[in-house]
Write a protein that binds this ligand. Structure first.
Ligand code: PGA
Length: 249
């Protein structure tokens, strides 16, 4: 695990955008695993800028998103479909047919989840997976549990996640209680992982992820076993880490 600590959110976002852009430069037909939430918004702005001003093209890229709320129409302003189109897809040259966001409105989630996993395999696997992290160290919507989930499927959101995400909705009651999410197994089978975190609220989750024991009660701790993880965080998110384990950039 390489850990880079940046002065602030802007620097973290710029470094993360460089990292993803380098992947696309190196392999124009890259398969990108993407995340939603507040954390990657600055990185997406950086990627849009690289498309508009630096000639980086996403026309041969395929994308897979980590998760989506269940039973929220995709046109809803809080769906991850809307988030991804507003923050990235509508502003770059990725082809709509190469975009894969889990569908939270299918009839048969079991069959659909298997098809989603198969599609990732058919595309040759995800080259780089971008991750945010929950206050409770969830990745995707994989909440603390007594086992690591393996594949894409339906998950129940915890109270703490519902509360955290209620900031985007008119009330807590409106936050969907379930989601469809890549499994922890799906995430750790990707070739490279880029974990981002910003702010004091993430410091404990980052500390447990990087320094604590690997256990499903801290879902992100499994990243210690992956052999190509880059963690890019700001100073506040790094505030509980010993300086000897990271590089300040
Ligand atoms: P955030 O969410 O980026 O909005 O903090 C991250 C997550 O819950 O995974």
């Amino acid at each position: 695990m390489k850990i880079y600590v940046c002065k602030n959110y802007e620097k973290m976002s710029a470094l993360a955008a460089n990292y993803v852009a380098a992947q696309v430069l190196m392999k124009p037909e890259s398969v990108l695993g993407l995340a939603t939430g507040s954390t990657p918004i600055g990185m997406y702005e950086g990627l849009v800028d690289k498309y508009q001003n630096e000639g980086i093209s996403f026309k041969d890229v395929t994308t897979f998103n980590l998760d989506e709320y269940m039973n929220l129409p995709k046109e809803n302003e809080n769906s991850y479909y809307t988030f991804m189109h507003d923050n990235l897809f509508d502003k770059i040259d990725v082809k709509e047919e190469n975009i894969n966001i889990p569908d939270g409105n299918v009839e048969d989630f079991e069959t659909y989840s298997k098809e989603f996993e198969n599609k990732i395999k058919e595309c040759g696997g995800i080259d780089i997976q971008v991750l945010g992290i929950g206050n409770n160290a969830h990745i995707g919507f994989n909440e603390p549990d007594d086992h690591f989930s393996n594949t894409t499927g339906v998950v129940k959101l915890t109270e703490s996640t519902i509360l955290a995400n209620s900031r985007f909705f008119d009330s807590e009651e409106e936050v969907p209680k379930k989601a469809i999410s890549m499994g922890i197994g799906t995430i750790v089978r990707t070739k490279k992982i880029l974990l981002l975190a910003s702010g004091k609220g993430k410091a404990e989750a980052i500390y447990k992820t990087v320094c604590g024991p690997v256990k499903p009660e801290v879902p992100a701790s499994i990243l210690q076993f992956h052999n190509d993880v880059v963690v890019i965080i700001d100073e506040e998110a790094a505030s509980l880490l010993d300086e000897s384990i990271y590089e300040r950039v």
